[in-house]
Design a protein around this ligand. Structure first.
Ligand SMILES: [Fe+2]
Length: 381
């Protein structure tokens, strides 16, 4: 066995009702909190009220920053950081999907260290502790509650850029399946498929290692088994719990391995057309798997088993590709870029943008050229 390192510094609480711990947990970290959330959904679902009550009952002074948009921009993060500094926040509470959680990480960095967000984009640019973060995911997909990453959109070039540092692991993650009940079927599907892509990419990453492999295979099997039910029935807390748990496992995977070609390719349709992140990955997923799998039969044999293969009736790669296509159909996800109003003329630009995501490409087991990336986009059109 190869030597390896595994790092995950977040304390995790999982289960129905753990949302009510937020006041208690945050009060260990500070007396003044900035609550970072999206513009509407947490208010509408009642989650914001529940979290506010818990924080106030624990004696915290709370300011709400509810200006986080989908795919948060550097400007939003900087505004949040300024508010946190002005009110002397000691702890940041993130409530929402990937966008609020990633924005909250940026806010915690700026509130703690000052400066501009672009000073911290990239890997290892944060060299001191930032404000502690308590994360409460309301979607089951991003895994951001257990990762050292934040993805921020740079308005200069419109590209999604990652901030990577052990200092932005949330201090505490509270995973309450009841918080995910308010997701629409489409959001449940998109975020669940994002989690699936984290596990698939992590398992086939050049940085894959034994612990992350075990987590990835479990996450894949759970999503394959439970996502259709979570999409079909919002109130099915059993299915919701399993998918939320799987998305956390998949987050722990990419915390070690990073993401690979699929995420690298998924970003451009999102930044250019606003296609949800998980949907963008889902449309590209089978084609990227077929490309990567052709040179990685052994790993794909494990993936196929996790996806339900019981007999060698098809090649492992074929089985795995067909299994994700079937899952995508079951959760009623669009299957090609054309159906998402993408223009074919943009594919070359998408491919050029993908080649700039060098970290994703370095993590991908198979080397890839601009022309090969373009071909995968064409196959996905
Ligand atoms: Fe993702």
């Amino acid at each position: 066995m190869h030597s390896f390192r595994f790092l995950m510094t977040t304390e995790v609480y999982f289960g129905e009702g753990v949302v009510s711990r937020v006041g208690q947990e945050a009060s260990h970290l500070g007396k003044r909190a900035l609550l970072v959330t999206g513009k509407q959904s947490s208010r509408r679902s009642g989650a914001l009220g529940t979290v506010m009550d818990s924080l106030e009952q624990a004696g915290l002074t709370v300011e709400v920053f509810d200006q986080v948009e989908e795919n948060p921009s550097a400007g939003t993060v900087e505004r949040g950081g300024e508010i946190a500094r002005k009110m002397g926040c000691e702890v940041v509470v993130a409530l929402g999907g990937g966008s609020p959680m990633d924005a909250a990480k940026g806010v915690a960095v700026l509130a703690g260290l000052g400066g501009r967000i672009e000073d911290f984009l990239g890997s290892g640019k944060i060299n001191a502790p930032v404000l502690p973060l308590v994360a409460l995911p309301t979607t089951a997909g991003t895994g951001s509650e257990v990762t050292p990453f934040a993805v921020i959109t740079d308005p200069q070039d419109g590209m999604k850029k990652s901030m990577v540092s052990r200092h932005i692991f949330p201090r505490v993650a509270l995973l309450d399946p009841q918080l995910t009940v308010s997701m629409t079927p489409a959001i449940t599907a998109n975020t669940g498929i994002d989690a699936l892509s984290h596990a698939l990419e992590g398992f086939t990453s050049t940085k894959a290692q034994p612990i992350s492999d075990a987590l990835a295979l479990e996450a894949i099997a759970l999503i394959n088994r439970h996502l259709p039910r979570a999409v079909a029935s919002a109130e099915d807390l059993q299915a919701r719990s399993q998918v939320l748990y799987a998305s956390m496992l998949a987050g722990m995977v990419i915390a070690q391995t990073g993401t690979t070609l699929l995420h690298g390719m998924g970003y451009a349709p999102t930044t250019k057309y606003g296609i949800p992140h998980g949907l963008s990955n889902g449309v590209l997923m089978p084609q990227v798997m077929a490309f990567n799998g052709s040179e990685d039969e052994e790993r794909y044999a494990h993936l196929a088993v996790a996806l339900g293969q019981r007999e060698d009736t098809a090649s492992a790669v074929e089985f795995a590709v067909e299994a994700v296509k079937r899952l995508r159909d079951e959760v009623k996800m669009p299957v090609c870029l054309r159906d998402l109003q993408v223009k074919e003329a943009d594919l070359r630009e998408f491919a050029r943008e993908t080649m700039q995501h060098t970290r994703n490409l370095a993590n991908n087991a198979r080397q890839v050229s601009l022309d090969q990336v373009l071909q995968i986009y064409e196959e996905s059109f």
